[in-house]
Design a protein around this ligand. Structure first.
Ligand code: SF4
Length: 349
């Protein structure tokens, strides 16, 4: 019997649970072609962040009242650092208060690459910010331009460098499937994000949402989103490329109103599970295949973290896994971060 051992480095980032403070379109100077943050966050777009801050504070208080440990507050849904001074100052003061009172253990924000400076990052850090997530979307010049992002790839690269130098944790949000993008371009975006020092990634495949500029293009037949199979396969390849750089999220969070407004694109509330499942399948197919025709897979010891998605949605992976010799009776789950496959050495007829 011979044994093949492979690492399974993929995991979600560690850290406290996140309580979001959604500020849809706050600080956004332009409206990106595909964006419908008011639907994605389930909150109205308001000039004054007070109501959103109060809602977040209430959730933080509720956690503590239930005896749960403090969470991380997260300012999402807009361009946090692009807000007018009054709104930004309000958010920073409130975040500092949450930290000082023990309501939150830390906080983070998301913003655009072209709304960042050393001074701004220093200000965020002084107010206790731990993580900055950049809406990079892509480093492709054409998709950036066609999506009306209003900046080019170098701006995105520089912003990543600024966050890195600031010492804050750097999150990188990628948006595969924009007009003018390709699966290979997305994989290149993953490589580049990791090379530029992203501490973690998020993948949000492009959806066509009612009321956006992208919806008009789609209706006119001038844009076609990725189909589900392309998205699942390509995102799984992206996960594989990211390796030890964690991918914190795949696909936008489910909101009922958003679901009713998605016109086209790879929309599935379980998209992340499907992608993880595909990565498991491809990894095991490849590993089992290395045995060659002379060897038969006898036993597989797999990380327990794979257990929830190995067989696929409605068992869709079972047939392909069985062809590689991986059936339920041959699998044992372990706490290790590695795949261990045992092959019989007997020659098959
Ligand atoms: S994608 Fe980001 S920057 Fe563009 S409109 Fe939406 S929230 Fe604003």
């Amino acid at each position: 019997m011979s044994i093949l051992v492979l690492p399974w480095p993929w995991r979600k980032p560690d850290g406290p649970p996140v309580v979001p403070c959604f500020l849809p379109f706050a600080g956004c100077r332009t409206r990106c072609l595909y964006c419908a943050q008011h639907l994605q966050t389930g909150r109205p777009s308001e000039a004054d962040p007070s109501a959103a801050l109060d809602a977040c504070e209430a959730m933080l208080e509720e956690r503590l009242a239930r005896g749960l440990p403090p969470a991380e507050a997260a300012f999402y849904g807009g361009t946090f650092t692009g807000q007018a001074e009054a709104g930004l100052a309000l958010c920073l003061a409130r975040a500092e208060r949450w930290l000082a009172s023990g309501l939150a253990s830390c906080w983070r924000c998301s913003t655009r690459p072209d709304c960042l400076s050393r001074d701004m990052l220093r200000r965020l850090g002084n107010a206790g910010c731990r993580t900055v997530e950049l809406g990079i979307q892509t480093f492709g010049a054409e998709p950036l331009e066609r999506s009306l992002r209003g900046y080019g790839p170098d701006c995105a690269r520089q912003a990543m460098g600024l966050v890195r130098q600031s010492g804050l944790v750097l999150g990188c949000q990628l948006l595969p499937g924009l007009p003018g993008s390709t699966p290979e371009g997305f994989l290149e975006d993953v490589r580049e994000s990791c090379a530029l020092g992203a501490d973690f990634l998020r993948f949000y495949p492009c959806l066509v949402i009612r009321g956006t500029g992208l919806a008009k293009l789609w209706e006119q037949g001038r844009y076609r989103p990725w189909d589900m199979e392309t998205a699942v396969e390509t995102l799984a390849r992206g996960l594989a490329l990211a390796g030890a750089v964690p991918v914190a999220r795949i696909g936008v969070a489910y909101e009922e109103e958003l679901g009713q407004s998605v016109l086209a694109g790879p929309w599935d509330r379980d998209l992340g599970t499907r992608v993880w499942s595909r990565l498991a399948l491809r990894t095991l197919e490849q590993a089992a295949g290395t045995g060659g025709r002379e060897r038969r897979l006898a036993r597989a010891w797999l990380p327990r973290r794979m257990q929830g998605f190995l067989w696929g949605q409605n068992g869709e992976n079972r047939q392909a896994l069985a062809a590689a010799g991986i059936v339920s009776s041959a699998v044992a789950w372990t706490a290790a971060d590695e795949i261990r496959l045992a092959f019989d050495e007997e020659c098959l007829p």
